[in-house]
Design a protein around this ligand. Sequence first.
Ligand SMILES: O=C(O)CCC(=O)C(=O)O
Ligand SMILES: [Fe+2]
Length: 283
Amino acid sequence: MNISHIVNTDLYPFDDPGGGTYKALILECREQLEKTGCCLLPNFLNPVALENAKQEAIELASSGFQMNHYFAYDDVDDESLLRNLQFLPMDHPRRFRSLTKIRFVARDLIGRANPIQLVHDWPKMCSFLQDILQGSEIFRNECPLSSCVFTVAERGELQDWHFDGNEFIVTVMLEDSNEGGHFEFVRGLRDAEKGDNFESISEVINGKYPAIERPAIKPGTLTVFCGKYNFHRASAVEGDGRRIMAVLSYETEPGKTGTDEYLKLFYNRTLLDVVGYPTPRDN
Ligand SMILES: O=C(O)CCC(=O)C(=O)O
Ligand SMILES: [Fe+2]
């Protein structure tokens, strides 16, 4: 399958950066990111590509790694003496444990022809991301396990409130759970200089924050989200539906892969477990 069969290039002509449609798209995406930290590209995948990508994700779901882990919401090592958690009030958000209970299908399990793999590796994705984020150069994450994965959540499964380590994340919704399984976020609760807004974070965690954003994300939609400073979660799936997301990673430096510690946690494997990686050289 060629990329023009996979991506709706009429709506999203990433291969025509000089054209009016592309220029208008970039302005629109920048505006969305500026306003909300999140930008949605509905119908990004063509229907056949969406169906193919989803079918493979469904077939692979049971081979994925079932994660069931509580994180600190800011993902800082709990045991670190520097955190002095014992001196914090019992209801302080630093004591909150954010549950990730979801299945992760690593990239090396996914067929090379899967539309999502082709989208991840499409060089125009990097130029598009660079154009909308207007920062440094963007590179693909090169990890054979974590650069491009599926997450699968069934009833009661979620990725609770957190901030990401990475500046931004790219997702493509493959299947919508119908009930629950919402992507939700709140802007601006973390500031690079001022730190975290503990009061509002507490409200969010306790279900008391009045203005949580919950964009309607339909299957086939590509989302770019700046998760480093915007508090977010994928809420618990309810009912019999299933939520399947493709998660695509990009970086501001070339050649990045997941660390062994991170890969072990999310995939129960490390780079040493990937057959043929790194590609053997002749000498
Ligand atoms: O599944 C989603 O919608 C969000 C995923 C997410 O927050 C993450 O992978 O860090
Ligand atoms: Fe996240």
